[in-house]
Ligand binder design. Structure first.
Ligand SMILES: [Zn+2]
Length: 358
């Protein structure tokens, strides 16, 4: 994990405000505080969700629902997946204390990531006698998608965070008898694209859409038809998920008594709290980001060096076959030192692999 220095809570409002309009070139611990859990993909299960009004602001033009929005890089480090905030373009007196100067170590490291991608693609294409510029070649296409999947760091993407309250239910989405005492507030931290496609689009599709989603009930269906012989998993649950706003008056009347309590339990789940506890949104000191990025880039740099050695060497001098899995095999002799804990000791929980939503 990233070494953590805590930002003074009083600065958070200014820090969050400072990121507005940020422009980006373009086994996971998700929260630092167990009292503020982050929603994980339910595996083959439906959830009944209330979207609280915690971050609703009243403006001259009506109400708006504020969300924490930020840019972040997904990364892979050994068996660990994570997300680190992108700090590109964050530069003013508010960020001086954190050492931000407008550059982002992760954005800068993308050059090495692309170098390795290109080296792998060149080598694999040469070995298979295909032209990398041939956009119609299925071989080239499959190399491209394989090598981009293998990137240890991804370019920054937009994320959003908003609170929900999960309501325990039985049968046809009827709250359990203990629902009032067992409401579960959580943060949802998603790629913005997923939020727009799954949630925002549902509201836009309503005949008379509300000003914002605050105060509404939704059913998030993660159940799906599991292939025979396969265990249900998070990736397929997410891929098949369907989202619906509850508009049925009869059903809504069964939920009404929960609203006040749901608002109460969700009231600490503010935008500022999200910036404090959500790992992916965290404002790290720049030098800590640099150290983390260096450790993420270790494998990429080692592989790049090996490939360059191979290129420079006389034919046959270094036996590294082209193609990424071969390169991985060739690298097995160059074991990246896990004993030092460089790769993080946090095991990836079952089903916690990166679910890619794009
Ligand atoms: Zn960045």
């Amino acid at each position: 994990m990233v070494k953590r220095r805590k930002v003074d809570a009083s600065q958070l409002t200014a820090l969050v405000a400072g990121t507005e309009g940020q422009v980006v070139s373009g086994g996971v611990r998700k929260t630092y505080d167990p009292a503020f859990p982050v929603f994980g993909t339910p595996i083959n299960k439906d959830v009944l969700v209330y979207i609280p009004r915690t971050n609703v602001l009243t403006t001259e033009n009506g109400e708006i629902l504020k969300m924490l929005e930020f840019h972040a890089h997904d990364y892979t480090k050994g068996k660990q997946y994570g997300t680190i905030r992108c700090i590109h373009g964050l530069q003013n007196e508010i960020f001086d204390a954190l050492g931000y100067d407008g550059t982002c170590p992760a954005c800068e490291a993308m050059e090495g990531i692309w170098d390795l991608y290109n080296a792998k693609l060149d080598a694999a294409c040469a070995k298979n006698g295909v032209n990398r510029e041939d956009d119609n070649s299925e071989t080239v296409k499959s190399f491209r998608s394989q090598f981009s999947r293998e990137m240890d760091l991804k370019k920054a993407d937009e994320y959003v965070v908003f609170p929900i309250v999960i309501i325990p239910f039985t049968g046809k989405f009827v709250p359990t008898e203990e629902a009032l005492e067992t409401l579960e507030p959580q943060y949802v931290c998603w790629k913005k694209k997923r939020y727009e496609e799954c949630i925002a689009s549902e509201f836009e599709a309503l005949i008379d859409p509300p000003e914002h989603m605050g105060g509404t009930f939704m059913i998030w269906r993660y159940t799906y038809k599991v292939d025979a012989g396969k265990a249900p998993n998070a990736r397929d649950s997410a891929k098949n998920a369907k989202f619906a706003i509850v508009t049925d008056a009869k059903l809504l009347s069964k939920y009404e008594y929960l609203v006040a309590k749901a608002e109460e339990v969700a009231s600490p789940f503010t935008v500022e709290k999200a910036a404090e506890v959500i790992v992916a949104a965290e404002f790290l000191f720049k030098e800590d980001i640099e150290a983390e990025v260096q450790s993420i880039m270790k494998r990429t740099n080692t592989m790049l060096e090996l490939m360059q050695v191979q290129e420079a060497a006389p034919t046959g001098a270094v036996q590294i076959a082209a193609g990424s899995s071969d390169v991985d095999n060739a690298l097995s002799g160059f074991k990246i030192d896990t004993a030092k804990g460089d790769l993080g000791t946090e095991a990836t929980p079952a089903g916690a692999g990166p679910v890619q939503f794009n």
